[in-house]
Design a protein around this ligand. Structure first.
Ligand code: MG
Ligand code: ZN
Length: 217
């Protein structure tokens, strides 16, 4: 986790991030690119969802780019590449979240002229990514039934900072003894009844088209 003990320093860090996020947003808009930041724990299925969406969007004739944010390694980057997505690997080193500056650098390594949609996978973590907007059009949080039925109650901040919430792996809810209705109810309550969590099984290709439609892609 990032360690910022000085409150004024934290304020400066977040302010600088917001400024760079705005620049990323403007750069992406200049190129007519729709962008999504996927946040969520390790194992929630962020990479699988991005790969599945990438395939579906490519089938619709859209040119898809992705940024794989990980502390280290090339596993997710490799999966995206293999799926034919124009991916860029962004290793954060010790940081447990992506920030706008890292995305800024990644964008300069990508061919934005040849991209319609940019899917960004944030580092697996439900805490600090919420504090660091990247400049995307949409922020999405992905959880899975394997994480238990209390995720919304435990991490309200990230759900409140997101435009879309996805509940993945609903096909195995019974096996892990989790009732998706409880999670859906918590999310609905948190958002004042204004939003519904989007249930899906990336593996079984259930609900992914609905997520794409909700994102306006
Ligand atoms: Mg991943
Ligand atoms: Zn962090």
């Amino acid at each position: 986790m990032h360690k910022i003990t000085d409150v004024s320093m934290e304020y400066d860090v977040l302010r600088e991030n917001s400024k760079l996020a705005r620049e990323n947003y403007d750069l992406l808009k200049e190129h007519n690119i729709v962008s999504v930041d996927f946040m969520g724990s390790i194992g929630s299925g962020k990479t699988s969802l991005i790969v599945r969406m990438g395939e579906k969007l490519a089938a619709k004739g859209l040119r898809v780019g992705a940024i794989a944010g990980d502390v280290t390694g090339e596993d997710d980057f490799g999966r995206m590449k293999k799926a034919g997505i124009d991916a860029c690997n962004c290793n954060t080193g010790k940081e447990c979240h992506l920030d706008a500056n890292m995305i800024h650098k990644s964008l300069h390594r990508m061919d934005l002229e040849k991209m319609d949609v940019l899917l960004i996978e944030n580092v697996g973590n439900l805490v600090c990514p919420a504090d660091f907007p990247l400049g995307t059009d949409i922020r999405a949080v992905v959880i899975s039934v394997t994480e238990g039925d209390d995720m919304v109650r435990k991490h309200p901040e990230i759900f409140l900072h997101s435009d879309i919430a996805v509940l993945n792996k609903i096909d195995i809810a019974d096996a892990v003894d989790v009732d998706p209705d409880i999670i859906a109810g918590d999310y609905s309550k948190l958002t004042g009844g204004r939003r519904e969590i989007m249930r899906c099984s990336v593996k079984k290709d259930v609900g992914v088209d609905e997520i794409i439609a909700e994102m306006g892609l």
